[in-house]
Design a protein. Structure first.
Length: 401
């Protein structure tokens, strides 16, 4: 798929992403809600009403479409669709099917995620991914939401960032800590969870393909864009294998690979090398590193081969919208260069459509659209208009700074 350096290929998707728990609000039946609200929770803030997108999803899509974007990635909340084991809510399935139909009416290509970090609390209480029937449960859930896919979805992501989900299990078990981006890197993934997620993906993806011929199925992997200093080669390769390549290898039979990247990790002979003290950082504490996404799609291609790639997340937590535009400019340029070099990238979905609940915190603002926490009023930022223009014209943005 060749492209001139200043234009994305015809049909290239430019849109934005959200996940259900982060925007819907009052996700009472989920394990995250339980974690946020339990006594002594390690999470500083709760999701509460979130962005109230459970009720305002039409407004969200109207805005994205009016800005010119042509794709919207959102997720189904398993806990709403299956509030008790084996008990499926026809009303909630219809809710998500209506979202798909509305997206299509508004000219937004729906990219559907089945699982984005949260589980029904009953699933987690029964042993989570280690329970003997976990795969059957996930497979039954994926079968139950067939009407949502049949409403017109062309791309399904089974599981969002299994590699981060497996690391979260390590953290939740008190067996490791998530570094704040100040250089500690990720703790090891919880192996049994990682194995179960890979098996769940492989099985469910095959079932989905059989049930919905023509629908592209894959999963989305988080990239740390691992780089090594002299002498750090082996450690870097091991870290990359543990946290990324192992998951990418499970994408090899897929129709599409979701790529998500925000920053990089540098590894020297003694381990992770934190960014220099003067390095620019985002609100997450992560190093400001716009070319991450281009490197991630190249890495994906190197591991999985020539399977179409969709950037399902990339963005920046910042209060300065100019910085979001500058970051995204660099990101899109790195992506365009990778496309020129032969990586088959089908689209770019910015994280995130809305300022939303960042897994325990409200202060990191990733959104193209600001949301008032009390009135839920949505206000597009200049970056939203800017990205909409890129979607309309297909033009790769020129350098900003
Ligand atoms: C996740 C999102 C999250 C974002 C920023 C990804 O890890 O899929 O849910 O909000 O990165 O941290």
């Amino acid at each position: 798929m060749a492209t001139s350096a200043d234009t994305f290929p015809a049909g290239f998707l430019v849109g934005a992403s959200t996940s259900a728990h982060q925007v819907e609000g009052n996700n009472l039946g989920s394990d995250w809600w339980a974690l946020e609200n339990r006594e002594g929770t390690p999470l500083p803030e709760r999701s509460g009403d979130a962005c109230d997108s459970l009720h305002r999803w039409r407004e969200d899509m109207d805005l994205l479409a009016s800005l010119g974007l042509n794709a919207y990635r959102f997720s189904i909340e398993w806990a709403r669709v299956e509030p008790a084991p084996g008990q499926f809510s026809a009303a909630m399935i219809e809710h998500y099917a209506a979202m798909v139909r509305y997206a299509l009416e508004r000219g937004l290509q729906p990219v559907l995620t089945l699982h984005h970090f949260t589980h029904p609390l009953w699933f987690t209480r029964a042993g989570g991914w280690e329970a003997p029937d976990a795969l059957d449960r996930f497979s039954a859930y994926a079968a139950a939401v067939a009407p949502v896919i049949d409403a017109g979805v062309r791309t399904v992501i089974t599981i969002n960032e299994p590699n981060i989900l497996a690391v979260m299990q390590t953290v939740l078990r008190g067996e490791g800590e998530l570094a704040t981006g100040l250089g500690g890197g990720l703790p090891d993934p919880h192996r049994p969870t990682a194995e179960a997620l890979a098996a769940a993906h492989t099985r469910t993806a095959a079932e989905l393909r059989q049930r919905h011929p023509g629908v592209a199925v894959g999963w989305s992997i988080a990239h740390q864009c691992v780089q090594h200093l002299p002498g750090g080669e082996q450690r870097a390769a091991a870290y990359r294998h543990r946290h990324e390549d192992w998951y990418l290898e499970h994408s090899r039979g897929d129709d599409v690979v979701g790529v998500q990247a925000y920053t990089r990790t540098v590894i020297g002979p003694d381990g992770i090398v934190p960014p220099a003290p003067q390095a620019e950082r985002t609100q997450m504490g992560w190093e400001y590193y716009p070319p991450a996404v281009g490197e991630a799609v190249r890495r994906t291609r190197a591991v999985v081969g020539d399977i179409p790639v969709l950037v399902t997340e990339n963005g920046i937590a910042t209060a300065e919208d100019d910085q979001r535009i500058a970051y995204t400019t660099g990101a899109l340029q790195s992506l365009a260069a990778a496309i020129t070099d032969g990586v088959d990238v089908r689209g770019y979905l910015h994280w995130s459509a809305l300022d939303n609940y960042e897994w325990g915190r409200w202060d990191p603002t990733f959104g193209l659209i600001a949301v008032d926490r009390h009135t839920f009023a949505r206000t597009p930022k200049p970056s939203a208009t800017w990205l909409g223009e890129i979607a309309r014209t297909g033009r790769v943005p020129a350098e900003q700074r």
